[in-house]
Design a protein. Structure first.
Lengths: 443, 393
């Protein structure tokens, strides 16, 4: 896709920044109007009458919880009336979802929700767009700090999103759906998937059996997905006396087979260190080991051993220590990076599909698996106007505002006090992110 | 093909359907006879028909407490049913978790050996009756050279795996494919052993005192009760009356230590808490049977409340996520060092915190408590003593 840069600056600084209240009020109005439009497209919420709903507002920093709606119309009319910033419902189903006492709600079960979000992943792009900014002196820290290194002032974290973040999230969703859920007996048709509206995706499983699982039982499934407590006692060990590594075969079930399949996939996909590093540099596998593995003879020998389902892997140059590192690498590559507490919690609140994310103005868009593969997170969930005719004027209020792509245009980066005129969708994104204020209309 | 008749299975595995009724017909037909008379008659019959019952019962408890497995032979007739339910009745009466576990471990291991001797078809039948249905495939699946003939649906497997500490049985270390968990016979028998173990441990519905009184009136049983009581005492497996119930299961405001009451009061009044105060609440609640929701609710009234952050921190303190480390309650020494100890506070202070408590082996000297959980325990003791009019020392 062709990406253009666009940053129309207002050169004469004559505009006056509105108060925070006015910016909030304007955003609130925009959301209200948009909800009125979205009503007819609002996706069906399964078992709506058994779910607790919760809202966060523009002008209050606490959550209103324990709301119940008997039907979608009731919820939608409420959304138009109360104009929330964020809308959540419980993953759990209750007999009395509006009861304010948790123990009296009458828990009936809980969807198994997997939250895959770049927030908790370690990604190289975060260094380029996530900052720790001093609220006192505006000093920008690239590394995590709890107080300002310059003036010891309090810190706010400015989280951003980019194509790499969302690609990483999508990669993990595909891994979850293609590789892990079939082990549990779930197909692509059994999942309910949505873009979170920010830096990731939510996968909902609503099968009868999975809903009844306790937290401890859910942990069994979560550990399986994240590779936690994987304990291969009689395989993935090097036999010095025989000079081979007891590996696994691609036909094995569970994690045993996953290790062999991933090893085969890596070896068949990458024939050079450059190509290997493009995908796996973050795992820090020793260069020497990579050279040995990707040496054409060794690589072909391993591919052959894996293809003929020989579980004894032999490469002359690799000894115990190297195989141990390869084992650790293969385990890390095979893990799926999910937000663990979300899946374990049996009372979790989760963002409502079809609502608008209050930190971006993006739609929390329901997707089927195949839609997700081709989903464009900076285009498809954009619901506010990107037309130049609907431009809004803003002043940047943060010392560093990274670039953001909306559809095929890149906006920014911007500096503090820079006054800009950008389409509605971009303006809403920047103001929702809290990095810009609206300029008063009068000027 | 199974060789069992209708009773055969129940004789071997008494907790299966029909076993209870075979032991105690009163369950089926309500008798007008007084309960003591009924059970006296029932046990007199059992002890006269099966003279070995007395010694077998004693052996179960002696061997269990000595952690010995060999020496007990389970029969596969009605005696086995009588033994099983009499042991369970005695466990209910003693209401001692240590005894429960020792006896359940011993008997379930014996049943594991018995299950291993079953032919595959019978194991399938038994597993269905035990509520953990397995499937048998004669050809089996070859994983790493090991043929796995049995499989269990994942939704049947996960609840039982969550109960087992052995990492070998965690889902991640099993052969999982298309919603099935593949197993060898030994592993299948081990899972069923766990089901049996749960069948042996009684529900403890607060009837122990009443039941013990009743059983003491039944001749051969009262003698067994005395002998078991002596063994328990010798082995020092007796529980203090205060340990019998988990005090944290019913935390009421009066049991909260002064430092926690002080913080709760601040939170209720919408005053922002310091970092240490937040951690102290989160750690204390995590270690005293409070749910995540209850903990989140404490923070909900704070002006800077952010549900996502609060929930994340609370879950982190409980070892959910992060490094999986569950944090302990702050010690009193730590609380003093961060000026959070309210032992002598006019409004919240309590003599248990300020002066300590009388403990065995310390004569007339009061011993200081070490952490806020000690306070909960001793406050509960104080309340129980007041209710029973027991002097403090």
């Amino acid at each position: 896709m062709e990406k253009r840069r666009d940053s129309k600056k207002i050169t004469k600084h004559t505009k006056e920044v509105t108060s925070l209240e006015d910016t909030t009020l304007e955003l609130r109005k925009k959301f209200t109007l948009k909800y009125a439009e979205l009503v007819k497209y609002f996706p069906k919420i399964p078992e709506i009458a058994s779910r607790e709903f919760a809202f966060l507002f523009w002008d209050r920093n606490y959550m209103i919880r324990h709301r119940g709606f008997t039907n979608p119309q009731h919820l939608l009319s409420e959304l138009k009336n109360i104009n929330p910033k964020h809308v959540y419902h419980s993953a759990a189903l209750y007999k009395d979802p509006a009861n304010k006492i948790m123990s009296e709600k009458g828990w009936m079960g809980c969807d198994f929700v997997v939250d895959i979000d770049a927030d908790h992943m370690e990604l190289s792009c975060q260094e380029n767009h996530d900052y720790y900014i001093c609220m006192k002196c505006d000093y920008v820290h690239r590394e995590k700090v709890t107080k300002c290194q310059k003036c010891e002032g309090p810190i706010r974290k400015q989280i951003w999103l980019c194509d790499k973040c969302l690609e990483a999230s999508k990669y993990e969703v595909i891994k979850l759906v293609d590789d892990f859920l079939p082990d549990f007996g779930f197909t692509k048709n059994d999942i309910d998937l949505n873009f979170s509206g920010h830096r990731g995706y939510h996968v909902h499983l609503r099968d009868k059996f999975i809903r009844t699982l306790s937290s401890e039982e859910r942990r069994q499934m979560v550990d399986y997905i994240t590779g936690t407590n994987f304990d291969p006692t009689d395989y993935l060990i090097y036999k010095s006396s025989n000079g081979y590594f007891i590996g696994t075969t691609i036909d094995d079930a569970g994690w045993k087979g996953r290790i062999a399949r991933n090893f085969l996939k890596i070896l068949t996909t990458h024939d050079s260190i450059d190509s290997f590093n493009k995908e796996y540099s973050k795992y820090n596998l020793d260069t020497k080991i990579k050279q040995i593995l990707l040496n054409p003879d060794n690589r072909n020998q391993l591919i052959h051993q894996l293809t003929i389902k020989n579980q004894y892997w032999t490469i002359k140059e690799l000894a115990k220590g190297s195989w141990k590192k390869i084992k650790e690498f293969l385990i890390q590559v095979s893990m799926c990076d999910i937000d663990v507490p979300v899946s374990i919690d049996t009372h979790r609140l989760i963002r409502v599909q079809g609502s608008i994310h209050g930190k971006t103005g993006f739609l929390v868009k329901p997707l089927n698996y195949y839609d997700m593969v081709n989903f464009e997170p900076f285009s498809d969930p954009i619901i506010f106007s990107t037309e130049k005719e609907a431009c809004m004027k803003l002043e940047i209020n943060t010392p560093i505002c990274p670039e953001i792509r909306i559809k095929d245009i890149i906006y920014g980066p911007y500096k503090k006090h820079e006054q800009i005129e950008v389409p509605e969708a971009v303006a809403i994104f920047l103001t929702c992110k809290g990095v810009a204020d609206l300029l008063s209309r009068g000027n | 093909m199974s060789y069992y008749n209708a009773y055969g299975l129940v004789y071997k595995y008494p907790w299966l359907e029909g076993g209870r009724e075979m032991f105690d017909p009163i369950v089926e037909s309500e008798s007008a006879e007084p309960l003591v008379d009924y059970y006296n008659r029932l046990f007199s019959d059992y002890f006269s028909i099966y003279p070995e019952l007395y010694q077998k019962l004693l052996d179960v408890f002696i061997f269990a407490l000595d952690k010995k497995e060999s020496g007990i032979v389970l029969t596969d007739d009605k005696l086995n049913i009588i033994l099983f339910y009499t042991v369970k009745t005695l466990l209910t009466a003693f209401d001692n978790r240590i005894l429960d576990n020792h006896v359940a471990n011993l008997l379930s291991k014996l049943y594991h050996k018995r299950l291993l001797q079953e032919n595959p078809q019978d194991l399938v039948i038994i597993s269905k009756k035990m509520g953990l249905p397995c499937h048998f495939d004669r050809k089996g699946k070859d994983f790493g050279g090991v043929i796995h003939h049995f499989w269990v649906e994942i939704h049947q497997y996960v609840p039982i795996a969550a109960l087992l500490r052995d990492s070998n049985y965690q889902l991640i270390n099993r052969m999982v494919q298309n919603g099935k968990v593949f197993l060898i016979k030994d592993h299948m028998a081990r899972l069923l052993q766990e089901v049996a173990r749960r069948e042996i441990i009684p529900d403890h519905q607060g009837i122990s005192g009443e039941l013990l009184t009743l059983l003491k009136k039944i001749n051969p049983i009262s003698a067994i009760i005395n002998e078991i009581a002596i063994i328990i005492e010798e082995k020092k497996y007796s529980q203090s009356p205060y340990e019998k119930t988990n005090v944290y299961e019913n935390m009421v405001y009066v049991l909260y230590p002064p430092c926690i009451k002080f913080i709760l009061n601040k939170a209720t009044n919408g005053v922002n808490l310091t970092h240490s105060e937040r951690l102290h609440i989160a750690f204390f609640y995590a270690n005293t049977n409070h749910t995540v929701e209850e903990t989140v609710d404490v923070f909900r009234t704070l002006p800077d409340f952010d549900e996502k952050i609060a929930r994340y921190n609370i879950e982190f303190s409980r070892g959910i996520g992060g490094k999986g480390k569950k944090y302990s309650v702050y010690s009193c020494a730590k609380l003093k060092s961060i000026k959070l100890c309210k032992a002598t506070d006019k409004e919240y202070g309590d003599p248990i915190c300020a002066e300590g408590v009388y403990r065995k082996g310390h004569g007339d000297t009061k011993v200081p408590i070490k952490n806020p959980k000690d306070f909960v325990f001793w406050k509960n003791v104080e309340i129980q003593r007041k209710l029973q009019n027991i002097p403090k020392k």
